[in-house]
Design a protein around this ligand. Structure first.
Ligand code: CNA
Length: 388
């Protein structure tokens, strides 16, 4: 996979190195749009262009409806307004011109997500939508928590996460291990960790195969993963259905001149404790995993099309703390259900009053996914998929 990086990154590096010479330790990573960074606090809803459009529709609706409000029950007015929020431009004008009574098939355009108007969705509703094939463009957003059952520690789980066990790497702050500027000064801590993380030692688990199952059923629009362990690919999720947002170990290149380097050779050298060097400029070669301060793979930007198409978003095993990944969750259409399967509340699911279309299932991920799979009646099929 190609990793794109900007010249600006190199300029920043020079600035930072001179800053270090003059002012001492490296500052913590800050947010740059399109470049990977970590945020201390998750920003709430990002206003997408779609949301702005919908807001305009609401105000139009309010202006043209007063007479109707008097003659109809509040419920039916709300119901029509809900329809307007979910319809395309052609159908909105049909409603305005009164053709709405000619029975527009709303479900054909955008399925109504609420079975009982106004109630908050729950896991049973989500299962119902999947079973009834109302959701055919599911996006899965995943993080390190989907691979803990395969024996790979995540970043932030207290006690077991990598951040809690970094003493042996001798680094000034946990994120330094994935900071491109720190890597340039001292690549050894990353290579030490890379020896543990390199794909090959671990196997995909139930959760990876659940996503594969979504694909087999023709329901997966795309899986966006932050993981670099390649377990999605090993589980059989095809490349066109996968966005490895934070890169991969399966290719390698010079971190200075970006010349490609044979990935197998890089792995061999890293595993034997050597530092691979670029044959052109002698810069340090690293696997193409995206570090803080680096740009994301071009493929990540597929999200601008995909998220507008999604009809269900499943978020699993991530703290949503890394940007810009953490924010794209807010770019699905406002009426689209979002299901969080995680140990703890994260991102917009931390709100006390959840959005009515947000559903949270807390607990161990494998257990939650098993529950979902058994509610869907896919247990035997999934078992077979894993065995084969
Ligand atoms: P994170 O910040 O460590 O968050 C993981 C989340 O998953 C937390 O909210 C945990 O509570 C939750 N979690 C962990 N285990 C379970 C479980 N068994 N059941 C339910 N929930 C669980 O990791 P993120 O993915 O959010 O951060 C993104 C980083 C992590 C990316 O840049 C990755 O490259 C990086 N990373 C990847 C791997 C990997 O490829 N397997 C491993 C470690 C770190």
């Amino acid at each position: 996979m190609m990793i794109t990086r900007s010249r600006k990154g190199l300029t920043d590096l020079a600035t930072k190195q001179s800053h270090e010479r003059k002012a001492g330790p490296l500052p913590s990573p800050k947010y740059h749009a399109g470049r990977i960074s970590e945020v201390a606090q998750h920003k709430d809803e990002v206003k997408s262009p779609t949301m702005k459009t919908e807001a305009r529709v609401v105000s139009n609706t309010t202006r043209i409806k007063p007479a109707t409000v008097l003659s109809e029950s509040l419920d039916s007015v709300l119901s029509k307004n809900f329809c307007q929020l979910t319809l395309g431009e052609r159908n909105r004008s049909e409603i305005r011109t009164g053709k709405v009574n000619q029975k527009v098939d709303i479900t054909a355009i955008h399925p109504p997500y609420s079975t009982r108007r106004g109630h908050s969705l729950c896991l049973e509703d989500i299962v119902g939508f999947i079973k009834q094939k109302r959701t055919k463009n599911i996006i899965v957003m995943a993080g390190a928590g989907i691979s803990t059952a395969s024996g790979i520690p995540d970043f932030r789980s207290p006690g077991t996460g990598l951040y809690a066990n970094l003493k042996k790497y001798n680094i000034p702050y946990p994120e330094a291990i994935f900071d491109i500027k720190f890597f340039t000064c001292d690549p050894r801590p990353f290579f030490l960790l890379a020896k543990e993380l390199y794909p090959g030692k671990h196997k995909p688990n139930y959760v990876h195969y659940f996503v594969r199952m979504l694909h087999e059923k023709g329901l997966l629009l795309r899986m966006y993963t932050q993981n670099i362990d390649s377990l999605e690919t090993i589980a059989g999720i095809p490349p066109e259905k996968l966005v490895e947002a934070h890169g991969t170990f399966s290719t390698a290149s010079c971190h200075l001149c970006y010349t490609m380097y044979p990935a197998k050779e890089a792995k061999k050298e890293i595993m034997s404790g050597k530092i691979p060097r670029c044959k052109i400029c002698l810069g340090t070669v690293k696997p193409d995993v995206v570090f803080f301060g680096e740009e994301l793979p071009e493929r990540f930007f597929l999200h601008s099309k995909d998220f507008a198409k999604a009809d269900l978003l499943i978020v699993m095993g991530t703290s949503l703390q890394i940007e810009p990944f953490g924010s794209i969750i807010n770019t699905v259409r406002p009426t689209v259900p979002r299901l969080l399967l995680n140990k703890d509340h994260v991102g917009p699911f931390k709100r006390e009053a959840l959005k009515k279309t947000d559903v949270v299932e807390l607990g161990d991920l494998t257990e939650s996914v098993k529950k979902l799979v058994s509610m869907l009646g896919w247990h035997d099929e999934l078992k077979e998929l894993m065995e084969n």
